[in-house]
Each structure stands twice: as structure tokens, then as C-alpha cells.
Design a protein around this ligand. Structure first.
Ligand code: CA
Ligand code: CA
Length: 372
């Protein structure tokens, strides 16, 4: 198992002010649109990589634990740099900001200081993640795997299936063996397993990165060319690779899960997350799904942030702060609130929640809340 190549493009000595800086890739994802609702609170992202420099001031507050599965490297401190860069894209919170600055991180060291790992260390790491329980009973919500190999492995596949079945979303780098040609497939595992989210890389002008793998299971793309993030020894550097695109999506998933938790007091399934990413993506390249961009660039720009309240038995509705009238009042059918509305919400991957009678004086028969 070989870590995806992510050549060091530049160490930039830009003097960062104390005012947090939002790198351009994070802006392209429009993470800031979600931050008024959540910055990732309540979520845990496990980074299976070379470890994390938990002493980096931008990461120290968010790394809540970890474990090394590398013989001879008992500490999960990052001796390579790759894992620290990936971690910063997810949840840096200092001079630079990641996608979800208040998500918590687990440093699961499955790659050594040279960026190499074995199937055994990765499978041990995956099993540890599945069984991890935090001090307050938290479980892992998202796994970031910016690593891969051209060879499938059935033991690893089984571990990933178990993770996804336990409700954990697994986000993987698509791979850096691409040639820019949509008709020549390049396959990398675990990204190609159907249970994972496969992320390809684009540049900041939304063009495909020529190294990004193309195949029929690319889910979405995200920025992965000249990406700024944290690096060991208090540094900030630019790296390129689908390794950098992957954590943009893992951080986005942490935001989606955190917001879902606040609205519904439970967790969305990995299938909901996949559908959400696909349906909110901005289509790029050829019309519709294509083998280079998958469903396109996921961003929070498409996320309207509209809150709708429908009152059972009343024609009045509320859209954000405004009021409107429906031609027909929503009703209960067989005790199910407005089945058709729920179906439509499911199709649009918007969340909906039935509030039963008596908890809202304005809705004596109950109401349906919709977010889109
Ligand atoms: Ca190709
Ligand atoms: Ca397309």
C-alpha cells in the first residue's frame, strides 16, 4: 500500500496575521456560508494518514486523540507532513481555517514517516476507528483516507463495509494516476469501493487536475491544486493531490452532519450524505455525471439555507421570516404527516422534521419543518 504522491509544491513564508485566514480552496467550497449555523461542533473526523502534528498551534485544540499502528513509531505525531496538511484542511483553527474549524480530529497513524503503510496497519486502524468511543460517548462520524493502492484487498473492503454499516462516512482520495483523459480509467482502492465517497481534484479555476483519476465511481471533486494548509513545526505549505481534495469533502461532511444533528438530534446515514453531495454538486465538464468530475464540485453555494414551516391543517406557511399562503393545507395521512411532502424532501435531499401537536401554539395540529 503506497501513499498517493503529493509533491511539496512550495513552502510559503507568507506572514500570516493573527486574524484567521481562509485559504482559497475553503472559500471555493463556500464553507463560510455554513459557519453561522455550525463550524463542525459535535463531530469527530478520523484521519488515517501519517499522524498529525498535534503541537501545531492551529491543530492543537482539535486533536482529541489518536493511535499509531506503525511498528517503530509508537507516537501518532506526524513525522512526514502529509497527515498534518490533510488535518488542517479539515479542521485548522488558528492563523488559517479549515472546512470545519470546530470538528475534532483523531490521528490514526497507518502510514510511516516515508508515507508508506501496510494493509495490516490500515485494517487495524479502521477497526480501531469503528470501536472508538470518546470521553463523552462520542463516536467517529467521518473517516478521511488520503491514501490508496491500485490493488483491491478483500480484508480492507470488509473493514470498510463494517464502518459504513455502523454509520460512518468514509471519504477517499480518488488517486493521482490520471492522464486528463475521461476514457482511460484509473482505479485506486479504497476510493473505488462502492461504499466509499471518491473525491477527485480540481484547480481553483474548477478545471480538472491532470493527475486526478477518472473512472465510473468518482463521486465529487474538490480543490486539490496548490492547496494551503498546516505543516509540522508551525509551518504552512502548499501541496497538490487528490489527497488535498479528499479532506475538503471530509470537512464538508462534518459540517453537514453537525447541522443535521442540531436539526434532528440524530445522525444522517452515509447513504444520505452521498446523495446530498451528489445532488448539491455543481455540474462541471460534460453534462451530468462524467468520469472526470463525477457529479461535480460540491459546494455550500447551492445550499439555499431556507427554512420552511408548514402548519398541518392551515394554509399559512412561513418561509424564513416571511409568510405565505398555500392553496391547500397540508394534512396527516394514516398518521404520517403529509406523505407527499416527505417524499419530495427525500428527492431533494432536504431535511424535514414532523413536530407533533401541542409543542407549538401556532400549530395545534402539528407542523412540518423543512430545510433546503
Ligand atoms: Ca483517465
Ligand atoms: Ca459533469
Amino acid at each position: 500500500m503506497r501513499l498517493k504522491t503529493s509533491p511539496l509544491v512550495a513552502v510559503y513564508d507568507r506572514t500570516l496575521s493573527d486574524e484567521p485566514w481562509i485559504p482559497p480552496g475553503i472559500s471555493l467550497m463556500a464553507a463560510e456560508k455554513v459557519w453561522p449555523s455550525t463550524r463542525g461542533q459535535g463531530t469527530v473526523v478520523a484521519v488515517l494518514d501519517t499522524g498529525i502534528d498535534y503541537r501545531h498551534p492551529d491543530l492543537a485544540g482539535n486533536v482529541i486523540g489518536g493511535r499509531s499502528f506503525i511498528p517503530g513509531e509508537p507516537d501518532y505525531l506526524d513525522l512526514n507532513g502529509h497527515g498534518t496538511h490533510v488535518a488542517g484542511i479539515i479542521a485548522a483553527n488558528g492563523k488559517i481555517l479549515g472546512m470545519a474549524p470546530e470538528a475534532k480530529l483523531l490521528a490514526v497513524k497507518v502510514l510511516n514517516q516515508n508515507g508508506f503503510g501496510t494493509i495490516m496497519s490500515i485494517n487495524q486502524g479502521l477497526a480501531w476507528v469503528r470501536n472508538w468511543v470518546g470521553e463523552n460517548g462520542q463516536r467517529v462520524n467521518v473517516v478521511n483516507m488520503s491514501l490508496g493502492s491500485a490493488l483491491p484487498n478483500s480484508a480492507m473492503h470488509q473493514e470498510i463495509i463494517k464502518l459504513v454499516e455502523s454509520g460512518i462516512t468514509v471519504v477517499c482520495a480518488a488517486g493521482n494516476a490520471g492522464d486528463g483523459n475521461p476514457d482511460t480509467p484509473e482505479i485506486d482502492y479504497p476510493a473505488y469501493y462502492p461504499e466509499t465517497i471518491a473525491v477527485g481534484a480540481i484547480n481553483l479555476q474548477t478545471g480538472i487536475a491532470n493527475f486526478s483519476n477518472s473512472n465510473d465511481r468518482i463521486d465529487v471533486v474538490a480543490p486539490g491544486v496548490n492547496t494551503y494548509s498546516t505543516y509540522p513545526d508551525n509551518r504552512y505549505v502548499e501541496l497538490s493531490g487528490t489527497s488535498m481534495a479528499c479532506p475538503h469533502i471530509a470537512g464538508a461532511v462534518a459540517l453537514i452532519i453537525s447541522r443535521y444533528q442540531k436539526r434532528f438530534l440524530n445522525n444522517p446515514t452515509p447513504e444520505y450524505i452521498r446523495k446530498y453531495l451528489h445532488m448539491q454538486a455543481v455540474d462541471l465538464g460534460e453534462l451530468g455525471f462524467d468520469t472526470l468530475y463525477g457529479y461535480g464540485l460540491f459546494t455550500f453555494n447551492m445550499d439555499g439555507g431556507k427554512a420552511i414551516k408548514l402548519f398541518i391543517g392551515q394554509t399559512t406557511y412561513q418561509l424564513n421570516d416571511g409568510q405565505g399562503e398555500l392553496t391547500m393545507a397540508p394534512f396527516l395521512k394514516n398518521g404520517e404527516p403529509v406523505a407527499s411532502i416527505r417524499d419530495i424532501c427525500g428527492l431533494l435531499t432536504t431535511g424535514s422534521n414532523y413536530i407533533p401537536p401541542s409543542s407549538d401554539p401556532d400549530a395545534p395540529e402539528g407542523r412540518v419543518d423543512i430545510w433546503c
